[in-house]
Write a protein that binds this ligand. Structure first.
Ligand code: NAP
Length: 540
């Protein structure tokens, strides 16, 4: 339990977002900050997701903080796509380097937060019995941190071991000689498949929807790579702040159809060989807007799958159809498709033949029965809203956030919710967040919030709240952009389709970073246009 119980800011979560928020608010604004974190270590996503094969699918040298040039110069990434332990080490290094640990209370879940209209302060409660107050509540809970456990009957009856990728144990899991069933083929399942297959006696992958996965082309950095990156860091970080999705790729304005077929193939070949997200963001500008352009990229990937997977039936099952490439978050892999050429790996299509029940010895689909020693669930998250709604957050008049968002999340700029004064949501729904390189999105939000808190302090305001009008207009803008994009054409977690009963709403802002940043800056420059400022420093 904390001894002190009143803070300027309470931050929820100690991942990429919470750590930077603490540093910024405490060390730049000299505020009194407390961070609560559920895990018994820092790192957020990179603390929890320790499944075999877990590695970042954005490249290390730009999937990191840019706020400290010294940090960027001193940290050495081992290669293009670091594995989870290396990112966890990086975040622990940042924690110690900036002396953050002393203000972080680990192993503590925030269970409730209630706004008091009379004092303009939040009361925050935890599962360890803390009840603290704070002027501002800043959520840094991550967009993909509330695991989704599918409601398949019989799960508790399974006699073998059950693992979830999102809460994989810290101690090593030995799958040698085991028969493993893996359910889910999103980024986590796709990353976990090759290393599990390499260890297990037999791996059966249960696929509901095939994914368009791109090769990562991971490689270790040589010392020349390190030197080059460090020499170019200013430009790299500038590019990440200017580009559409926060990647340091030079902007392209080339449309797919404007390029002759042969040249187009050459460009796609080059992108495929280079690996990673450049295929989506670095080749053609229209892949997420123009269905015809998208189909060309989609078919290119299908051809690669067919060339890689030797058994034509398995290859066909692995080929995504019926939704555009990129409309579901595309995974980046190392040897995923190649793994299906192994004798000990098989693929089961549970779209046509769904899992009906987990049995004590395995599982049963409509037509077949399977026996396993281990079941692995890579079934995803209640994305973007889940971790916010799993806390009981109540705004003015005691209105719960779950009620305010009963038809889907509504925010102003993804930063605030009308009716919830002094609450800021880092990478909240309605902001580009998950469609961006996350550390870039996080830094932009934390910097914006810090600027806002400083302004309020300087001007003597103690309360800030998005107006209903501004929120309505923003929500409409987010929906309009989303509807005009290809994102709405897939059943993805971007639209809440993976959670039964969740309202179908396009949650991230699809207009890209430049437009979003410009809007946030304009709001700030106009004295926080669309926000009602109130309270008075003296009045509490
Ligand atoms: P996900 O993309 O939501 O994938 C979940 C998988 O489980 C899907 O294949 C889904 O099928 C399947 N599934 C869900 N419920 C099911 C059920 N009841 N029965 C059968 N299958 C079911 O989750 P994820 O793989 O954990 O990835 C989530 C996000 O985390 C990613 O999109 C990415 O943004 C992030 N991530 C990033 C990295 C990285 O390297 N940086 C790594 C892992 C994850 P349907 O598709 O049919 O719903």
């Amino acid at each position: 339990m904390v001894e002190e119980n009143d803070f300027d800011v309470v931050v929820v979560g100690a991942g990429f977002a919470g750590l930077y928020a603490l540093h910024k608010f405490r060390d730049d604004l000299h505020m009194n900050v407390r961070v609560f974190e559920t895990g018994d270590g820092v790192g957020g996503t990179w603390f929890w997701n320790r499944y075999p094969g877990a590695r970042c699918d954005s490249e290390s040298y730009y999937y990191c903080y840019s706020f400290s040039p010294e940090l960027a110069q001193e940290w050495e990434w081992s290669g293009r796509y670091p594995e989870q332990p290396e990112i966890e080490r990086y975040l622990n290094h940042v924690t110690d380097r900036f002396d953050l640990r002393r203000d972080i209370q680990l192993s503590t879940r925030v269970t409730a937060a209630t706004f008091d209209d009379a004092t303009n302060r939040w009361t925050v409660r935890t599962d360890r019995g803390d009840a603290v107050t704070a002027r501002f509540l800043v959520t840094a809970v991550g967009c993909l941190s509330a695991p989704s456990v599918p409601d398949i009957p019989g799960l508790d009856d399974f006699a073998g071991d059950v693992y979830f990728t999102a809460t994989w144990p810290r101690e090593p899991v030995d799958l040698t000689g085991k028969r493993v069933g893996l359910i889910g083929t999103g980024s986590s399942g796709i990353q976990a498949t090759p290393p599990i297959a390499a260890q297990a006696a037999q791996l059966t992958v249960f696929q509901r929807t095939p994914n368009f996965s791109l090769p990562a082309r991971h490689r270790a950095f040589l010392s020349e790579d390190q030197a080059e990156i460090k020499a170019d860091y200013d430009e790299i970080f500038d590019l990440t702040r200017q580009s559409f999705a926060g990647f340091p790729f030079h902007p392209v304005d080339r449309k797919t159809m404007s390029v002759p077929e042969e040249e187009r193939e050459e460009i796609l070949d080059g992108l495929w060989e280079e690996g990673g997200f450049k295929f989506l963001y670095g080749g053609f500008i229209d892949l997420l807007r123009d269905a015809e352009a998208n189909e060309i990229a989609s078919e290119y990937i299908r051809t690669k799958i067919r060339e890689t997977v030797k058994d034509p039936e398995t290859a066909e099952l692995l080929c995504p159809k019926g939704y555009p490439y990129g409309a579901k978050r595309p995974p980046i892999d190392t040897d995923y498709y190649e793994t299906f050429n192994r004798d000990n790996v098989s693929l089961v299509d549970i779209n046509d033949d769904p899992i009906e029940v987990i049995t004590p010895t395995g599982l049963r689909t409509t037509t077949a029965e399977y026996e396993f020693d281990v079941l692995v669930f890579a079934t995803g998250f209640d994305a973007m809203t889940g971790s916010l709604l799993r806390m009981d957050i109540r705004g003015t008049d005691g209105i719960p956030l779950s009620e305010a968002w009963s038809d889907g999340p509504r925010t102003y700029l993804g930063l605030q919710v009308a009716g919830f004064p002094n609450l800021f949501t880092i990478t909240g729904p309605g902001s580009p967040s998950v469609l961006m390189n996350m550390p870039v999105a996080i830094e932009q939000h934390v910097d914006w919030i810090a600027g806002c808190l400083e302004y309020l302090r300087d001007e003597g305001w103690t309360r800030i709240e998005a107006t209903e009008d501004a929120q309505d207009a923003w929500a409409e803008h987010v929906t309009e952009l989303g509807e005009a994009s290809l994102y709405v054409r897939a059943n993805s977690w971007y639209v809440g389709a993976n959670i039964p009963g969740k309202p179908r709403v396009i949650m991230p802002y699809t207009g890209g970073q430049p437009m979003y940043r410009e809007r946030c800056d304009a709001v700030r420059d106009a004295g926080y246009d669309g926000f009602a400022l109130g309270g008075a420093a003296a009045g509490g």
